[in-house]
Write a protein that binds this ligand. Structure first.
Ligand code: NAP
Length: 285
């Protein structure tokens, strides 16, 4: 597109036609050139676990902006789940929040059955639900170890098993597992959490190998320091210390992580599977 002082912008159509996969759709309305953002998940159905707040809520909003119908879960925050359901529905897509414990095998299966009855399909699964119960190994109880493994790791097995049949039948699907830089690198005081997040990476790669021939992709995201309620438990000095140590000099936002999920959920990543994407402002470099 060139600029001419008398005619304004002149479109080079050959150039435009050469862009097959532009994320922008160009249209001319009333002789004015307008850019309309193309919706990358139009008509797809996504299940997002743990979306009543934080990163999950950010993912739900970005997915809805991109035309996805969103089924999401929560553990106990019924009020914020209802508020999110209303906010998403107002964006013109179908949205529903389900109270469902991702760590429970039968509840995960029932959730997927309910979503199928309500939405008719599942194209994308985002395994995002997670908790921390930090302590030095010396003080970490067996219960706190088991709880973190169950909610963070076993939930991924439960949910993936439950959607597998649908995706196999569809001969397509995208599964995204929310790991952590801590799962890649380890962290003192988080042996349970790091083990759960490292386990998710092994699970992700195995599923990618097992289901790739059926066009089902499985990838993991390893967020760094993302400012949510999970990190709000830390004191201000610790938070500032984290920000200062990150090459981009800020904590991440739920939207930063949501945009990476959008890439993995959409056909933009059609040839990407079994990968771990660090979304950490350069922290792991
Ligand atoms: P968060 O603000 O604490 O939100 C956690 C979400 O998970 C909530 O919606 C919560 O529901 C839900 N949840 C908890 N247990 C559940 C269960 N058993 N079944 C279903 N849902 C459950 O956490 P976040 O910071 O957004 O983190 C989201 C994910 O990103 C987690 O897997 C976390 O490990 C990962 N991550 C976060 C960071 C970070 O810096 N924040 C960094 C790396 C990785 P309720 O509201 O009902 O409790």
């Amino acid at each position: 597109m060139n600029y001419n002082s008398t005619k304004g912008f002149i479109i080079n159509w050959n150039f435009l036609l050469s862009i097959n996969y532009s994320i922008f759709d160009l249209s001319i309305k009333n002789s004015k050139l307008t850019f309309i953002q193309m919706k990358l998940l139009e008509g797809k159905v996504a299940i997002i676990t743990g979306a009543s707040r934080g990163i999950g809520s950010g993912i739900a909003k970005v997915f809805a902006q991109h035309g996805a119908n969103v089924a999401f879960t929560y553990s106990s925050s019924a009020e914020s789940a209802m508020a999110l359901e209303n906010e998403l529905s107002a964006m013109g897509i179908k949205a529903k929040g389900y109270k469902s414990n991702a760590a429970d095998f039968n509840e995960a299966q029932k959730l997927v059955d309910d979503v199928m009855a309500e939405f008719g399909n599942v194209d994308v699964l985002i395994n995002n639900a997670g908790i921390t119960k930090d302590n030095l190994l010396m003080r970490m109880s067996e219960e706190d170890f088991d709880k973190v493994i169950e909610i963070n790791l076993k939930s991924v097995f439960n949910m993936t098993k439950a959607v597998q049949k649908i995706m196999l039948k569809n001969r397509k699907g995208s599964i995204v597992n929310m790991s952590s830089v801590v799962g890649v690198k380890g962290n003192a005081g988080q042996a349970n959490y790091a083990a759960s997040k490292a386990g998710m990476i092994g699970f992700t790669k195995s599923v990618a190998l097992e289901l790739g021939s059926r066009n089902i992709r499985c990838n993991a995201i390893a967020p760094g320091f993302i400012e949510t309620e999970m990190t709000a438990k830390l004191n201000d000095d610790v938070v500032q210390g984290w920000r200062d140590s990150i090459p981009l000099k800020r904590g991440g936002t739920p939207e930063d992580v949501a945009n990476a999920c959008l890439y993995f959920a959409s056909d933009m990543s059609a040839y990407v599977s079994g990968q771990v994407l660090n979304v950490c402002g350069g922290m792991l470099t």
